[in-house]
Design a protein around this ligand. Structure first.
Ligand code: MG
Length: 356
């Protein structure tokens, strides 16, 4: 009953790289968009207009010079009574929304999802205030847009210069009848700017470390020397929070932990400065095409009292990772005198990171 036309021929001008071939998890943006339409009863075939990497079970049609010229080419390959036209760069469309638009198209002939506009709208004339646009009478239009195929084809044939239209709702409404608006979805956003992808590529990692206190060693936490009668027993300098942080970073990029990376029987790491080991870990993070967005570190110790050093530790982590201090949190807590840490025999640390 419905064919789906997915517009995938756009040049990603505003993003600067091919957003449709970027990965969300293990599949591309476009594959995820296509998958959103699979398995829905009454959808006959999926036509992708453009020249991306092949996708199984999908018909490909060469794109045109503008979006609407591309859609027109796809439309001519449609065989079903109704069509859905969708942006390749809207991978998060839900089945509920697709079926709502299908129902709307069946009922009214043309149905388009939209959302209310939240920002105030002003008319700009040469960069100056040129009047007010009434927000309550405006909506932001999304896709998929659903239409009766023959009517939309007729509208496209009558429309003339297709490049002057931005979507099908405009053409259909002008040459057939005003399409009906159905409720859209906030989640159904169009990937337009690099930051639209950041959240999609975010990776979280967590790490934990514990070391026993020992005499005759300097106490170093987050690279900061803390005056105390004990240090931490370790092959390296024993900086537990930096170890937890390194494990968090490595886990976020899917690598093995620092025990594997810097074995404690390797003489190269004897008394090693953990800040230098962190440099190697960061090299691997960059190699995985990731960047640190934010870090949270908690030190768990009954003694010494760490509150005077928290800020210094926070700033030092920010410097080591080369990120803004407001993206770093350091906290300290005790175990209420419970267990080995409570008996001041050991210190533990945990870290959580978000990479983008
Ligand atoms: Mg350790």
């Amino acid at each position: 009953m419905f064919d789906v036309i997915i517009a995938a021929n756009g040049v990603s001008n505003r993003i600067g790289f091919d957003k449709l071939s970027c990965n969300i998890g293990k599949i591309t943006v476009l594959q995820r968009t296509v998958n959103a339409f699979r398995g829905i009863p009454d959808i006959d075939k999926i036509i992708v207009v453009g020249d991306p990497a092949p996708i199984e079970g999908v018909e490909f049609v060469k794109g045109g010079a503008s979006r609407e010229e591309s859609v027109f080419r796809g439309l001519q390959e449609a065989k079903s009574d109704y069509v859905l036209v969708h942006d390749g760069a809207r991978p998060f469309v839900s089945r509920v929304l697709i079926e709502r638009v299908m129902q709307g198209a069946l009922t009214y002939g043309g149905a388009v999802p939209c959302l209310p506009v939240n920002d105030s709208l002003r008319i700009s004339e040469n960069g100056r205030y040129g009047g007010k646009a009434e927000r309550s009478s405006c909506v932001a239009v999304q896709t998929p847009q659903g239409f009766e195929t023959e009517s939309l084809l007729r509208a496209f044939r009558e429309a003339g210069e297709l490049a002057s239209y931005t979507d099908e709702s405009e053409i259909y409404s002008r040459f057939v009848a005003p399409c009906v608006f159905v409720e859209g979805e906030q989640e159904n956003k169009k990937i337009t700017y690099p930051y639209d992808l950041f959240g999609l590529n975010a990776r979280a990692g967590c790490g934990f470390d514990v070391h026993r206190f020992t005499e005759g060693k300097e106490l170093k936490l987050c690279g900061v020397t803390i005056p105390y009668e004990y240090g931490l027993l370790a092959h390296s300098d024993g900086d537990a929070p930096l170890h937890a942080l390194m494990d968090a970073l490595l886990s976020a990029v899917g690598e093995r932990d620092i025990g594997v990376l810097f074995p404690d029987d390797d003489p190269r790491y004897e008394n090693a400065d953990s800040a230098l080991l962190l440099e190697e870990v960061m090299r691997r993070v960059r190699q995985a095409n990731a960047a640190v967005n934010s870090v949270s570190v908690t030190v768990i110790a009954q003694a010494p009292r760490l509150s005077p050093y928290i800020e210094k530790m926070r700033l030092n982590i920010a410097a080591l990772l080369d990120i803004s201090p407001d993206k770093v949190a350091v906290a300290a807590t005790t175990t209420e005198n419970l267990g080995l840490i409570g008996e001041k025999k050991a210190l533990a640390a945990m870290a959580t990171v978000v990479l983008v």
